[in-house]
Design a protein around this ligand. Structure first.
Ligand SMILES: [Zn+2]
Ligand SMILES: [Zn+2]
Length: 240
């Protein structure tokens, strides 16, 4: 594309910035090299069934069949997700969707899919924010995988509380706020997408609803998964 003086002016006034550290990037770059390296979780660092670094499959059973994850939810990734939520910078949606789409496309673990379904957001919250960040990632992933993104299947009750404000027990109860429209999904293989995977209860509830309507397989795709904080190594004094 031919760059005009107007492009140069826009780039000068609103430079493309890294959502992890705010450094100025070249046009078209999504994150800086050092943030990118720190954000990405190697594909095999998480359990491909539950999506967690420390597998919880023995403790809990999930309605979804497999999990694919792009990044660790720490440091730069937290800044990038906050920045995406406040609609300041949506580079992270494209960055994480590319990693997820590549992992789905090139790994034998996942197979092919009929559509991508984003985890829905409270309607009032979505009106305030203007968009649902899970949907941004889902749309990007769907376009890369050349399949439809369906936001007409799952819905969220407006009266329930926001999941991130609750503790683990409350989250489990609150997930009943999700609902599904009367759309048959017989035999469909679905990619369910969200920005952050924490306990898995949101994805689990949504996957159960999709299966209730006939979905054959549900694979969850999370831009980031929470990771346990490792204790720093003991100092010399502490070991004595
Ligand atoms: Zn950066
Ligand atoms: Zn597991």
């Amino acid at each position: 594309m031919k760059r005009t003086w107007m492009n140069y002016l826009i780039e000068f006034l609103f430079p493309n910035r890294c959502p992890g550290c705010d450094a100025i990037l070249y046009p078209g770059e999504l994150v800086c090299e050092s943030c990118g390296e720190r954000m990405i979780l190697p594909h095999d660092a998480v359990c491909h069934t539950c999506g967690k670094v420390l597998c919880v499959c023995k403790k809990r059973s999930f309605s979804y069949d497999r999990a694919v994850v792009a990044c660790r939810y720490r440091d730069e990734t937290v800044s990038a997700i906050v920045s995406m939520k406040r609609s300041r910078n949506t580079n992270f949606a494209r960055f994480s969707a590319r990693i997820l789409a590549d992992r789905i496309r090139y790994s034998l673990n996942y197979g092919t899919f009929d559509c991508v379904v984003p985890v829905p957001m409270h309607p009032s919250k979505q009106r305030r924010r203007g968009y649902n960040q899970a949907e941004l990632i889902a749309e990007e992933m769907a376009s890369l995988l050349e399949i439809p993104c369906r936001n007409d299947i799952l819905c969220k009750d407006n009266n329930r509380q926001e999941q991130h404000k609750l503790n683990a027990e409350e989250r489990m109860r609150n997930v009943s706020s999700f609902g599904i429209h009367d759309i048959p999904l017989d035999g469909m293989r679905i990619l369910l997408c969200d920005d952050v995977l924490t306990t898995g209860s949101t994805m689990n509830r949504c996957a159960a609803l999709l299966k209730q309507n006939g979905a054959e397989a549900v694979v969850i795709a999370a831009a980031a998964t929470t990771v346990p904080m490792l204790k720093p190594p003991l100092t010399k004094e502490e070991t004595q």
